[in-house]
Write a protein that binds this ligand. Structure first.
Ligand code: PEP
Ligand code: MN
Length: 363
């Protein structure tokens, strides 16, 4: 870090700042200019905060030289990370195509939707079993029953499944069923939840909070990485805006900005970003053109019956069309849609915990 001292700072104050800083085990480099005096700090700064340094008498400004998200930063790890979700790769030129309904619904419907998106070429299937809803009276998700259905669908089609986790107490439970844990926009700064998923080895899909800056998003990723889980994929899903024309504001520039700052992959979610089926295809393509490592789209075979987010769902045939276009875009960019490994990596259920999903025949 660099300390910029106040105008007219006395020699005595400078000496006191230096003594303090050196007392924390750091070395200092003093540079006196005509108008400004600055002190460079050298050494392990992890024990001293920017706030503490700002409060030293005589210090006007503290400028960090390295980003505070040390593990997430590209400086720490220049190569782009590739995250492996049960055989499906996201990052480094391989695209993750996540599709499925907002909520996990009944088994037959989930099978139908999964069959169609798999045929179209999606490589990750989604569905929320725990839904964070604005209203306590709205559908809250099927809970563990929903996880069982999702797992069964994943195994049936050999596609890894991703589902949202909302409660830190459920990490082990959800990780038994899902290949990837989603942290939704509303929980991006739920630090207890971030810490708990950081202790898991399951890949995490971390969505940007609706009012979060890019630095906030990267600091949230840092919570997960610093607990030992390196498998984090970021997601731009739109931020709050003053204009009600779209559900959120799709911040497409966030993709290359984030990718410049971090080695972690970044995908886009044009469904929640726009809330409008007509805008999902152009924004999906724009996201890929901007460099996104994948696209997350909600698909439902009967949006008017959907338990949540029906108005923004694409129909299976619309998804098929946009996936064809996204494949062309991927070719143009020299990227590939990561193929399915054949069978989804089945989470390591212990025999005791291994839920036996219903096995009735497909409808
Ligand atoms: C979702 O994926 O269904 C969801 C609730 O997304 P977000 O957290 O981005 O609103
Ligand atoms: Mn949704």
């Amino acid at each position: 870090m660099i300390l910029i001292l106040k105008n007219g700072v006395s020699d005595e104050q400078i000496d006191r700042v230096i003594a303090r800083v050196e007392g924390w085990g750091l070395q200092t480099h003093l540079s006196r200019g005509t108008y400004r005096t600055i002190i460079g700090l050298i050494g392990d700064e992890s024990q001293v905060s920017q706030e503490t340094l700002s409060s030293l008498p005589g210090v006007s400004q503290v400028i960090p030289v390295l980003p505070p998200y040390k593990l997430a930063s590209r400086e720490a790890h220049p190569e782009s990370s590739v995250i492996d979700v049960s055989g499906v790769k996201i990052g480094g030129g391989q695209l993750g195509m996540i599709a499925g309904p907002c909520s996990v619904e009944d088994r037959d419907r989930m099978m139908r939707i999964a069959e169609s998106v798999c045929e179209s070429g999606a490589n990750l299937f989604r569905g929320g079993a725990y839904k964070p809803r604005t209203s306590p009276y709205a559908f809250q998700g099927l809970g563990e029953k929903g996880l069982e259905i999702l797992r069964e669908v994943g195994d049936r089609f050999g596609i890894p499944v991703v589902t949202e986790i909302t409660d830190p107490r459920n990490v082990e439970l959800v990780a038994q069923y899902a290949d990837m844990l989603q942290i939704g926009a509303r929980n991006m700064q739920n630090f207890v939840l971030l810490t708990e998923v950081g202790k898991s080895s399951r890949p995490v899909l971390l969505k940007r909070g609706m009012s979060a800056t890019i630095a906030d998003l990267l600091m949230s990723a840092e919570y997960i990485l610093s607990e030992g889980n390196p498998n984090v994929v970021l997601c731009e899903r739109g931020i709050k805006s003053f204009d009600p024309s779209t559900r959120n504001l799709f911040d497409v520039a966030a993709v290359p900005v984030v990718q410049g700052l971090t080695h972690l992959p970044m995908i886009v979610d044009p469904s929640h970003a726009t809330g409008r089926p007509d805008l999902i295809p152009p924004c999906a393509l724009a996201g890929l053109a901007a460099g996104a490592d994948g696209v997350h789209i909600e698909v439902h075979d009967c949006p008017e019956e959907a338990k949540s987010d029906g108005p923004q769902a694409l129909l299976p045939e619309q998804y098929k069309q946009i996936l064809q276009q996204m494949r062309l875009m991927a070719d143009l960019l020299g990227k590939t849609i990561s193929p399915l490994a054949g069978t989804a990596g089945k989470p390591d259920h212990s025999p005791k915990n291994n839920p036996q999903p219903p096995t009735e025949a497909l409808a």
